[in-house]
Design a protein around this ligand. Structure first.
Ligand SMILES: [Cu+2]
Length: 171
């Protein structure tokens, strides 16, 4: 192998082992540098032909500047919105958050059943418990962040100890 061929071979090796993984993880790494941490991403399992389901997760912002979740998308959903629950004439209703969700510097938010959530609409397939599905969360500063969601029947339960997640809404 002459020097030029050797160089090309080493370049190809470098691209194979370092180039592609670096590119695919870039978004996530940038967000880690900016202090974003996403935990316990879950989607509620669906019966066959269900048109919508909810996505829930914790977002921690360990950084020094506010981050805003502006959008979400997934291959299994034709249309995805960020929703809040609002009380309207005594009835809890969902409504889209057009400006997304702010996560203050040093702050933490939880998207959970009965509260803020990602609404996966126009579902293209049933979502079975224990399946894993990737979705993309878009942040104003971090850009697109791939997030792996686990499908569960009762999302938002895995850290219920010590949290008052079981609001009853009785007045
Ligand atoms: Cu909703």
């Amino acid at each position: 192998m002459d020097r030029k061929a050797g160089f090309l071979f080493l370049s190809a090796l470098y691209i194979t082992f370092f180039g592609l993984p670096a590119a695919s993880l870039a978004a996530e790494n940038i967000c880690h540098q900016q202090g974003l941490e996403i935990r316990q991403a879950e989607i509620r399992a669906t019966p066959p032909n269900a048109p919508v389901t909810g996505g829930y997760l914790h977002i921690h912002n360990h950084g020094t500047s506010m981050q805003r979740l502006t959008a979400a998308s997934a291959d299994f959903s034709g249309h995805t919105e960020i929703h809040q629950m609002i009380l309207e004439a005594g009835v809890m209703k969902m409504s889209p958050l057009k400006d997304g969700i702010e996560i203050a510097a040093g702050g933490h938010i939880q998207l959970k059943p009965g509260g803020l959530h990602i609404m996966f609409m126009q579902l293209k397939q049933p979502l079975a418990p224990s399946d894993m599905h990737q979705a993309t969360l878009t942040f104003d500063k971090c850009g697109d962040v791939p997030v792996l969601f686990k499908v569960t029947k009762t999302p938002g339960q895995s850290d219920s100890a010590g949290h008052s997640t079981g609001h009853t809404h009785q007045h």
